[in-house]
Write a new protein. Structure first.
Length: 121
């Protein structure tokens, strides 16, 4: 098996596991500063983050994953759809309310990924 097919197999396993755990979206991105980092900083500077003050903390680290994990090559991006119909929208604030809903999935996902996809760890 060559490295490309091994990578495709691993990605397929991660996507399947994410779906199994209830995530609506699973994508992969390079672990590097995105081209829109300057726009993000401008958005913060204009105060467009509203009450989400936590976004401004460690903004450099938010803009470049290598600041946190210098050897990372890929970032796995997971999403949950919070829309529950016209009158049922979940409250998301300060990383608290929604954490209760998805922290179990993320912890489980992390543990399963380490176990199932990284047998040497």
């Amino acid at each position: 098996m060559n490295a490309e097919s091994g990578s495709a197999d691993t990605r397929a396993q991660v996507v399947a596991l994410a779906r199994e755990l209830g995530f609506d979206l699973c994508r992969f991105a390079r672990a590097e500063m995105p081209g829109h980092a300057a726009e993000f900083r401008d958005w913060l500077d204009r105060g467009d983050a509203g009450e989400m003050n936590y976004l401004a903390r460690n903004s450099e680290r938010r803009c470049d994953p290598r600041e946190i994990l210098p050897d990372a090559k890929t970032v796995i991006v997971l999403a949950l759809n919070y829309f529950q119909g016209a009158h049922k929208i979940r409250r998301v604030a300060c990383g608290r309310c929604h954490q209760k809903d998805c922290s179990r999935n993320r912890c489980h996902y992390s543990n399963r990924a380490n176990c199932a996809l990284c047998p040497g760890r």
